[in-house]
Design a protein around this ligand. Sequence first.
Ligand code: M6R
Length: 605
Amino acid sequence: MCGIIAYAGANEAYPILIDGLRKLEYRGYDSAGIGTVNGAVHLHKRTGKVNDLVSYCEDKNTSGNMGLGHTRWATHGSATNLNAHPHQSQSKRLTMVHNGIIENHQSLKEMLEFHGFEFETETDSEVLVQLVEWYQIRYKLSTREALGRALQDVQGSFAVVLHDTTAKHQLLAVRRQSPLVVGVGDAEYFISSDSMTFDRSSESIIYLEEDVIAQLCYNEAPVFYSLEDQVVDQDLLPFDYKKVAVSKGDFESFTLKEIFEQNLSISRTLDGFENSDVDEITKMLQSTDRIIITACGTSWHSGIVAEYLIEKYAHLNVEVEYASEMRYKSHTLGDRDLVIGISQSGETADTKMALEIAKSKGVKTIAIVNGVDSSIARIADRVIYLKAGIEIGVASTKAFTSQLSAILMLTLLIARTKKSLTIAQVDEMMAELNKLPGYVSETLSSSKQMARRIAYHISDARSALYLGRGISFPIAIEGALKLKEISYIHAEGYPSGEMKHGPIALIEEDLPVVAVVNNDDSAAKIISNIQEVKARKAMVVVIKNKNVELPKGLADHVINVPDVPSYLNPIIQSIPLQLLAYYTAKLKGCNIDQPRNLAKSVTVE
Ligand code: M6R
C-alpha cells in the first residue's frame, strides 16, 4: 500500500527520499513521486518502480534540503503519472502526500467545484489539499489552522505530510487510522509511514497520536497541535536503528531469506511468548467461554489452525471470522467472549476495524501481531508479539509460522488455565515445542531440492488444486494462496473431503494436485481422496511425514517431512509448500518480493 517519506534538515533531501522510497517498495505500489523544496517545489512523478523515477529525475532539478516522497497503490483513479503523489493545491502553494482514503471526497469535491476549484487528477488526495487551500483563502487561516479545519470535515483514514511554499523550512504531519511516525535527528526530521525507512540519523521517534498535527521546522523543536489548534504533548522515544535495519544478506530475495530463517524467527516467538502479557491474558482466559478470531489472508489461515488446536486441546469453542466480514454479522458478543485479532503488519484496516467493533461492545481483546507499536497492537487490551523480525517479502512466510508457534503457546496456556490437559501433558507438548526450531531446520534442508525439482512440473500449469484434512486443511489453503500470490498460477485449496462435492469436476490429466497428509486419524481418509484424484490422471504431489506409508504408485512426487507430533505439522508442512511456490515463481521469472497488485500492509478497508 501507499508509503510516505519526507525530510526537513540541512542535507540534500533527494537521496534521503529515494532511499526511503526504496525501503518502502516492499509494501506494494504502482507509481512513485517526489517533491523537493528549494524556494520552489520541484515535482517529479512516474508510474512503475522507484528506479523509473530515478532515471526520469536524472536530468531534472531535484535540489533542496526539504522534500516529500510517496509510493502510490492506486485506489481512486488508475496508476498514471498525474495521479501519483505529491499533489498540489490550485495555486500550487500547497504540496501534499497522502496515504489512506477520504471517504467523503465526492461531496467535498462538489463543494470545492461550486466555489471555482478545478481538479487535475482523479484522486481523493487532491481533494484534501484543495480543501486546505479553500479554508486558507475563505477564512484567512494559517496553513496549520486550515489543515486542522479541513481534517474535521474529512471522513476516512489519512496520513498526510503538507508543505506550504510560504513557510520555507516547515512540514506539517498528521494521521488518522493510518500510520505515520517522525524520526528526530540532529536538527533534522524524517517523517514516514514506516520507521524502517529511518537510518542511524534518527535518534528519537515520535509515534504521532491520531489527529495531532506535528509542526516540524528545520533547526527548531517540534510543536504539536490538536485539530482545533491547541498545543498538545507527544512522547519522544529513543529510536533503535538496529531493530529496524534489514538486508537480504547472501540471499537472492527477501522472501527466500525469510523462508530460510524460520528456525530463528520461531525460536524468537517461542522465547518471547513468556514476556507477553501472560498474567493478564491468563486472567482474561479465566472468564472466557468462547473465542472469536478475526484476521485476513494468511493470518486468517492461522486463525483456522488455532480453531483446530484450541478446540482439541483446550476444549473451548472458537469461531474464525474474516475481519472484512465481521462488521456485517450481528454477533451477539458478550462478556464471556474473547476476540483475538491476528495480523502480521498490525496495520490491516479490516482487522483493526473488527477489533474496534469488539471493543465498542465491551468485549476483551488480544492482538497477535508482528508489527511492534502497530495500530492493532495499540487497540487491543493485550498483545502477543511474534518477534519474527521485519518481514519484507509481500507474501507472508516467517510471520505465518511464527503466528502458528504463538498460537501453539496460547493453546497450552488456555489448556493449563482451563485444566483441559494435565500438567504432564502440557510439559510433554512444551518439550516438543522446544524442539520445533530443530525440526524446521531439518525440514528446510531436506525439502529444498525436492521442492525445486517439483516446481519444474508445476510452472507451466494454468491452475493447481491443494487438498488437506483436519489441521492440514488450513495449510493446504495457505499453500494455494502462496502459489497464486507469487507465481500467478490459479490455485484453490480445499478440505479433501469436499472435493467430491464439486472441485472434482476440475480434475483432468496432469493437473497438479498437492495433497498435505497428516500423521493422525485423517491420514487414511485423505489417502483415499488422493486415490480419486489419481484415478483421473492428475499429477499428484504429496507432502507427508516420513512415517506415513502411501500406497504404491499413488503419488508422482513426494516430499517427506520429519515425524513430528501432529500439532506441529501445520508449521512443518508449510515449509515445503512455501518452497514449492517460491521455486515455481522463480522459474516463471516473477518478482517474488513484490508480486503485482499486492500490498504488504493493506491499510484500506
Ligand atoms: O498484515 P496482516 O497479517 O494483517 O495481513 C493480512 C493479509 O493481507 C496478508 O496475510 C496477505 O494475505 C499476505 N499477502 C499473505 O501472504
